[in-house]
Every structure is written in C-alpha cells, then in structure tokens.
Design a binder for this molecule. Structure first.
Ligand code: COA
Length: 186
C-alpha cells in the first residue's frame, strides 16, 4: 500500500463535504449536523485561501480516503493544532492513519519548524486516542463536558506531540509501517 498526503484543492470540494458528513466521522466531531452545500462552500472557500491552515487529502494507492490538517500555523510560539479522519472504513486499521500522521508531522516539524503539535478528541473516541498515542502524542488533560452538541455534553481529551517526542518515536513508527506493508516514500 502506498500512502501519500496531497494538498486539498478546488477539485476536492465535494469529497470533503461527503467525508465530513459520513456518520462514522461526524459522530466524533464537535458538530454533527448534516453540512449543506452552501455551508460547506463558504467554509471550503475560506479554508483554501487561509494561510494559517494546511489541508491535505490522504491518498491510498491513488484513491483519496480522508483528510488531515494543521491549523493555527501562524500562531506565535511555533505551536499549531492538528486533526484527521479517514472516511473510507475499508482502509481503517491497516496503518494508513499512522502513515498520514508521519507525513504530516514531518511537514509540521521539518518544513514549518513547529515545536509542538496539539490535538483533541472526544473522550470516548478510543480508536483516535489509541492512534494518537501510537504515534507519540501524550495526554495533557481531560475537559469534562467541555463541548455542547445539541442535547449532549462532550468531554474532551487534549494531547500534545513535541518535536523531541516525534524525533524519538519516528523510526519506531516507520518500522511499524514497514511491517504493515505501508510505504510512505512512494
Ligand atoms: C481515528 C482513525 C483516523 C484511526 O485510523 P486507523 O486506520 O484505525 O489507524 P491506523 O491503523 O493507522 O493506526 C491505529 C493505531 O492505533 C491503535 N488503536 C486503534 N484503536 C485503538 C484502541 N481502541 N485502543 C488502543 N489503541 C488503538 C492501533 O493499535 C494502532 O497502533 P499500533 O500499530 O501501535 O498497534 C479512524 O478510525 C477514523 O478516521 N475514525 C473516524 C474519525 C475520527 O475519529 N477522527 C478523529 C477525530 S478526533
């Protein structure tokens, strides 16, 4: 399997809305209403020209299967936010997400010179938190009932990955990917 990340462009507009509206994805987001075309287009057009954000699609053997992104990259202190999802259930659990993580972290730490990358997950999202910990993220906190989504209150786990942690764990992650038959240098 060859995994790449490629910058999101105009041609990815419809896919991104479809992925984000997939119930398996939206159930873990802070808003989970069906995103209409007008709402999506307004967000997408702003995102494309926003210099503080980098959005990629995750591409497996030529097929786009999800998204991965950095936000707040212009904030002071060389820290930014990070997130991802895979919308194609068939590719989950095979190392694709770890591969995309590795590629995005290289960009964040090497190309952008970030010192810390932060992320958050709904506290019940064990797959996401398990993935994040498998690539070096460390939990920094639990915010109980921090996000109101309709009638529910969501608790949030916060995590951080430092450049040092990534430098330490990168070779282990690459070895794991090699064992899973995932190539990120293709
Ligand atoms: C979260 C998500 C990206 C993970 O993708 P994936 O394809 O399963 O991830 P990978 O196969 O690349 O890596 C999974 C790693 O996490 C670990 N993991 C997965 N589920 C786990 C769990 N429930 N508990 C502990 N570890 C877990 C795996 O063991 C593996 O690590 P290992 O190689 O050390 O064993 C995917 O499930 C997804 O897109 N979910 C829906 C959207 C979402 O939740 N996005 C994140 C929002 S915060």
């Amino acid at each position: 399997m060859i995994v790449k990340i490629k910058r999101i462009s105009q041609g990815d507009r419809a896919s991104l809305r479809q992925w984000r509206n997939d119930p398996e994805v939206s159930k873990w987001m802070y808003t989970n209403h069906e995103i209409g075309e007008a709402e999506h287009n307004a967000w997408f057009d702003t995102m494309l020209v926003d210099a503080s954000k980098v959005y990629w699609k995750v591409v497996v053997d030529g097929d786009a299967v999800g998204a991965i992104f950095l936000t707040g990259i212009l904030d002071p202190g060389n820290t930014c936010e990070w997130g991802m999802y895979l919308a194609d259930g068939d590719v989950r659990g095979k190392g694709v997400a770890q591969a995309a993580c590795a590629l995005s972290f290289r960009y964040a730490f090497t190309d952008l010179g970030m010192k810390v990358v932060n992320c958050e997950a709904v506290a019940q999202n064990e797959n996401a938190i398990g993935l994040y910990e498998s690539v070096g993220y460390v939990r920094t906190g639990l915010q109980v009932d921090a996000v109101k989504r309709g009638d529910e209150m969501l608790s949030i786990v916060t995590l951080e990955l430092t450049r040092e942690s990534w430098n330490t764990i990168e070779s282990q992650v690459l070895q794991k990917l090699h064992e899973k038959g995932v190539n990120i240098n293709g």
